[in-house]
Design a protein around this ligand. Structure first.
Ligand code: DC
Length: 277
C-alpha cells in the first residue's frame, strides 16, 4: 500500500493515504490530490480542519464524512495515543512512567492508512506492521489511554508526526488539542460537544455493535473519568480554542453536522484571508 510517511527520522511514523480512497488497492488517488493543487507549501495550514472535542462526541464519524466530501485526508490523532497504550500494555511498561512510555512511542512504528477491510473501520492502524485497528479499541486500552496521553513526554514524542501531516496538506485532523496546540493556525477549527449521557449512549451502542459486552452505567463512568483527565491535565488539556466554532451534536444527524462544518470550510477555503471562523 502506498502511504504518505510523515514521521521522518523518528521510528514512530503516522502515514496516511488520501481519504477519498476506500480500500488498500485504490491508493493511487493521492497523487491526484497532489496534482489538484491541494498540497501547498510546508507550514501552510490554511487547509487544515481541526476537529476537537471530548470522547464519543462524534468527531471521527463526522470527520470521515467531511474528509470524503472535501477530498481531504483524515487523521485521527487519538490512534497514536491508543497505539502507544497498547504497546505499553503488551510490554508491561507502567502507565505512570512518562519517560518510558515516550521511549516506547519513539521506538515503535505506527502507520495509519486507508481502510483495508469492510468491517466498519474508518482507517487501518498498524503497530510495527501488525494490524491493531480493533485492539486499540479494547477496554484495556480505553481504560488507560487518557493516563498515557496526559504525560508531557508522550505528547512531545507524538507531536512532530502530527505537525508533519498538517504541513501543506488538505487534512481533517481529529483530537483534543489540534486547534490549540498541534495546529493553532488551522484554517478552520471546530469543537464538537455533546452531553455526557448522549456520548455514553453512542459509545455503548458502538461497543454492543462490535460484540463487546458493556453496561451503560460503566461506559458513562469511564467517559466521565476520561473527561476529567483530558480536561484536567497540565499539558495540552482539552479546551475550546478561542477561534473555534462550537457545535453541539446532541440529537443531530451526522449529515447535519457535516453540512454545517462543510459550509464553514468551503467559505474559509474560498477566502483564506479571513482565517478560522
Ligand atoms: O479520540 P480518542 O478517544 O481515540 O482518544 C484517545 C485518548 O487520546 C483520549 O483519552 C485523549 C487522547 N488524545 C489526546 O490527548 N490528544 C489528541 N490529540 C488525541 C487524543
Amino acid at each position: 500500500m502506498e502511504t504518505m510517511p510523515v514521521g521522518g527520522n523518528p521510528p514512530v511514523v503516522a502515514a496516511m493515504t488520501d481519504a477519498t480512497t476506500t480500500n488498500a488497492a485504490a491508493t493511487d488517488a493521492r497523487p491526484t490530490l497532489l496534482a489538484s493543487g491541494d498540497h501547498r507549501g510546508a507550514h501552510d495550514h490554511s487547509r487544515v480542519v481541526a476537529i476537537d472535542g471530548p470522547a464519543a462526541a462524534g468527531k471521527t464519524t463526522v470527520a470521515r464524512a467531511l474528509a470524503d466530501r472535501l477530498g481531504a485526508m483524515l487523521f485521527d490523532t487519538g490512534t497514536l495515543y491508543r497505539a502507544v497504550t497498547l504497546a505499553a500494555l503488551r510490554a508491561g511498561v507502567p502507565f505512570a512512567d512518562g519517560p518510558a512510555l515516550a521511549a516506547l512511542a519513539d521506538e515503535r512504528h505506527i502507520d495509519v492508512t486507508s481502510p483495508s477491510a469492510p468491517d466498519g473501520r474508518l482507517y487501518d492502524v498498524r503497530l510495527d506492521g501488525e494490524d491493531v485497528t480493533w485492539p486499540i479499541r479494547d477496554p484495556d486500552v480505553e481504560a488507560h489511554v487518557s493516563e498515557v496521553a496526559a504525560h508531557p513526554a508522550v505528547r512531545a514524542a507524538l507531536l512532530p508526526a502530527q505537525r508533519r501531516i498538517a504541513d501543506g496538506s488538505a487534512v481533517v485532523m481529529v483530537g483534543r488539542d489540534i486547534g490549540t496546540v498541534v495546529v493553532p493556525d488551522a484554517g478552520v477549527k471546530v469543537f464538537l460537544e455533546a452531553s455526557l449521557d448522549e456520548r455514553a449512549r453512542r459509545r455503548h451502542a458502538e461497543l454492543i455493535e462490535r460484540g463487546t459486552a458493556a453496561a451503560l452505567a460503566d461506559v458513562l463512568a469511564d467517559l466521565r473519568a476520561r473527561d476529567a483527565i483530558d480536561r484536567g491535565r497540565e499539558v495540552s488539556p482539552l479546551t475550546v480554542a478561542v477561534d473555534a466554532r462550537v457545535i453541539r451534536t446532541d440529537g443531530k444527524p451526522v449529515d447535519q453536522v457535516v453540512d454545517e462544518i462543510e459550509r464553514l470550510v468551503r467559505a474559509a477555503w474560498a477566502n483564506p484571508a479571513q482565517g478560522a471562523p
